[in-house]
Design a protein around this ligand. Structure first.
Ligand SMILES: Cc1ncc(C[n+]2csc(CCOP(=O)(O)OP(=O)(O)O)c2C)c(N)n1
Ligand SMILES: [Mg+2]
Length: 340
């Protein structure tokens, strides 16, 4: 099955298209700033950037409704921004400051927002997959019509726990969209070297889970596929798999010299398939925005990102006695109070 082609005529309003442009640009500029702060020594530990993959989360968030949940791996900054988490809180967490989402104690890979239904940020490859099914199990039990987006990579798709989860999610008809973000590499290993079959979206077949291959460089194709998947889940038909073909422009993490692929490969993708440039072209060619409008959006976005870096730098490091907090939960929801 071939990847979807970009809709010749976007089936969204010019305002929506502009919003996707703004949301994708925010992620890109945020990640560029995070890369700079890392280089300056202001961010420590692991840091995995999402540059190149922006259309995946922005397209799927466009298909989500209030109350839907999301859970992902360590490459998580884009997911947080796309679901409406505050860039200040995310940047402050990256820099290990008190104003961060985990009070500076979690860092890049461990952030959560109950308000935005974002359940992390997980450093163990594939571990979020059963957790995502668990979130969907709760929603199924509560019959609240919510759907969980469970994101994982092409590398994670080779893990055993993914298939145990597929089995359970299918048998219980859980409302979960398994989103395989196929950026074509798992650390330094290409999909070709690690994965026995090319079409990962077919791997739900033995469990009775339908799957679809989606062009992840085209935000409109992602939104359309997301709507279809979500409708399937909300209709009580069980899980759905979206394999979203995308590409990461940067290394696996900040410490990756990226010797396993050529500069030309990355350059070609940037020049020919960039998801932000694609929407930029649609806006300009459709007469929905002028160069000046887009410049203004760019400036707004940079201002938000610069402000988040300032906020992070000004926020103090967590106090020493924070070492003893947030170890055991003292806020366990009970019965009706469960966050539905
Ligand atoms: C259980 C486990 N094994 C190995 C690792 C080391 N590791 C971190 S990321 C990664 C590659 C995952 O690739 P993929 O699932 O394609 O996600 P991507 O980084 O491309 O987003 C590996 C092997 C880990 N964190 N956890
Ligand atoms: Mg990958």
């Amino acid at each position: 099955m071939a990847a979807r082609k970009s809709a010749a005529k976007p089936n969204v309003s010019p305002e929506e298209l502009k919003q996707y442009y703004r949301d994708m640009l925010l992620i890109r500029r945020f990640e560029e700033k995070a890369g700079q702060l890392y280089g300056m020594g202001l961010i420590g530990g692991f840091c995995h950037l999402y540059i190149g993959q922006e259309a995946v989360v922005v397209g799927l968030e466009a298909a989500a409704e209030e109350g839907d949940k999301r859970i992902t791996s360590y490459r998580d900054h884009g997911h947080m921004l796309a679901c409406g988490m505050d860039p200040n809180g995310v940047m402050a967490e990256l820099t290990g400051r008190e104003g961060g989402y985990s009070k500076g104690k979690g860092g890049s890979m461990h952030m959560f927002s109950r308000e935005k239904h974002f359940y992390g940020g997980h450093g163990i490859v594939g571990a979020q997959v059963p957790l995502g099914a668990g979130l969907a199990f709760a929603d199924n039990y509560l019959e609240n019509g919510r759907v969980t987006f469970t994101y994982f990579g092409d590398g994670a798709a080779n893990q055993g726990q993914v298939y145990e989860t597929f089995n359970m999610a299918s048998i219980w008809k859980l409302p979960v969209v398994f989103v395989i973000e196929n950026n074509q590499y798992a650390m330094g290993t290409s999909q070709k070297r690690s994965t026995s079959t090319e079409d990962i979206y077919t791997r739900g077949g033995p469990f009775g889970i339908p799957g679809e291959l989606v062009d992840g460089m085209d935000v409109l194709a992602v939104k359309e596929a997301g709507e279809k998947a979500v409708a399937h889940c909300r209709a009580g038909k069980g899980p759905y798999i979206l394999e979203i073909k995308t590409y990461r422009y940067r290394g696996h993490s900040m410490s990756d010299p990226a010797k396993y692929r050529t500069r030309e490969e990355v350059q070609k993708m940037r020049e020919e398939r960039d998801p932000i440039q694609n929407v930029r072209d649609l806006l300009l060619q459709g007469g929905h925005a002028t160069e000046d409008d887009l410049k203004a959006i760019d400036k707004e976005t940079k201002d938000v990102v610069n402000a988040s870096a300032e906020f992070a730098k000004e926020s103090p490091e967590p106090a020493l006695d924070e070492l003893w907090t947030d170890i055991y939960s003292d806020d366990v929801p009970q019965g009706d109070a469960i966050d539905a």
